[in-house]
Ligand binder design. Structure first.
Ligand SMILES: [Zn+2]
Length: 381
């Protein structure tokens, strides 16, 4: 047999195994017959793969399925205690930590606040120690620890995982990921907070089963994560989706980036100097200024989103982050601007929704869940 043929067979075996693992993970409990139907693989292949997954403790039996004909079929379950994943989300004033099972169910979480005066590596050192305490609290020892997903509110240079810059605290070219790799002997995967949040929404949120979506994190600034054709789109250097600095008005307010009228200077909480929660509470009490400020932000948000929809034709735009607190005060003017500015036949088929994960579980939830999902995805490779 030629070496090329052997390599092809090995690759196919690996792909079949990955397909079975993903189908089990997503559809447990499921019978072997169900698995064969959903993966398109024959029963003998399924049986062999399941045997090896049982040996690895990745699959367990869970009851039986009694049909109208034939004997009962044993149901298989992805073992939710197979391993634990950690997520670290680096923000400007605090770092969120979480540990979850393989279905992103959070078992432990905490925040590590820090000040701009602390050296970045001292902060990361403290984070690593707190994470070790969390792992001990979850009784997570090396064989169960599957990896760490790290999200960052800064730009991240994808080729070497260098945390590029967090402007507000003057962190520049900080080797956070490289340092964590020295402390933990598990896979560590890094991405931007918005890309992580987009992934979280795609696996566990409102964008499940959607191929083309844009996640917009709107708070004190705007960040984006983009899925096109089912794949995260990064661009050449990995900076795609950093859309807060697209120009909305060349004569608009000065932005710290050096330009004028950047989208985030006009369509986030920046121009008001308040949080969306404060603005919403004021608007609910009938404060005309707050209502007008939110309406302006909603309309400016809609102008930028309209351009994106006209270029990319996504199925859904998910608005996450602090903006979820603004409710109808932003969503109504945003949608009416979109209705004016997007081609009608495209607008009819496009959804703009608030992130369910942000609304229900807290504004930072999609990104930390997404960081954890980076580790879960390793199981499907
Ligand atoms: Zn700017």
């Amino acid at each position: 047999m030629s070496s090329k043929l052997v390599a092809n067979q090995a690759l196919m075996k690996q792909q079949n195994r990955a397909r079975v693992i993903y189908t089990l993970w997503k559809n447990s409990p499921i019978s072997r017959t169900g698995l064969a139907k959903m993966t398109g693989l024959n029963k003998a292949t399924i049986t062999n793969i399941i045997l090896s997954l049982q040996e690895e403790n990745m699959v367990v039996h869970k009851g039986s399925l009694h049909g109208s004909v034939g004997r009962a079929q044993k149901l298989l379950m992805f073992n939710e205690n197979y391993g634990l994943c950690a997520g670290i989300m680096i923000r400007a004033k605090k770092i969120n930590l979480a540990i979850s099972n393989v279905h992103a169910k959070i078992l432990w979480s905490t925040d590590v606040p820090f000040s701009a005066e602390e050296s970045p590596l001292d902060v990361v050192d403290r984070v690593a120690s707190v994470l070790e305490e969390g792992l001990a609290a979850c009784k997570c020892y090396s064989e169960k620890f599957l990896g760490i997903g790290v999200g960052t509110a800064s730009l991240l240079r994808h080729e070497d995982d260098m945390l590029y810059a967090i402007h507000s605290i003057d962190w520049r070219n900080v080797p956070v990921i490289q340092y964590l790799r020295q402390r933990f002997q598990v896979p560590i995967i890094a991405d931007t907070a918005s890309n992580c949040a987009a992934l979280g929404e795609k696996y566990f949120g409102i964008a499940e089963n959607v191929s083309d979506m844009l996640y917009l994190s709107v708070g004190y600034g705007i960040g984006g994560g983009l899925f096109l054709g089912g794949k995260l789109y990064r661009g050449k250097e990995g900076f795609a989706g950093d859309i807060g600095h697209m120009t909305l008005d060349p004569n608009g307010p000065q932005c710290p980036c050096g330009k004028r009228g950047c989208w985030e200077m006009m369509a986030s909480a920046i121009p008001t100097g308040k949080s969306f929660l404060e603005l919403r509470q004021a608007a609910d009490e009938g404060d005309g200024t707050a209502i007008a400020e939110l309406a302006k932000i909603g309309s400016n948000l809609g102008k930028g989103i309209a351009n994106i929809i006209n270029v990319l034709n996504p199925e859904i735009i998910v608005l996450g982050g602090d903006v979820v607190h603004a409710g109808k005060w932003i969503m109504t003017p945003c949608r009416s601007t979109l209705q004016e500015q997007v081609w009608p036949w495209v607008w009819e088929r496009t959804r703009v929704e608030y992130s369910g994960l942000s609304s229900e579980l807290g504004v930072s939830t999609p990104s930390i869940i997404g960081a954890i999902t980076k580790v879960i995805e390793l199981l499907f490779q």
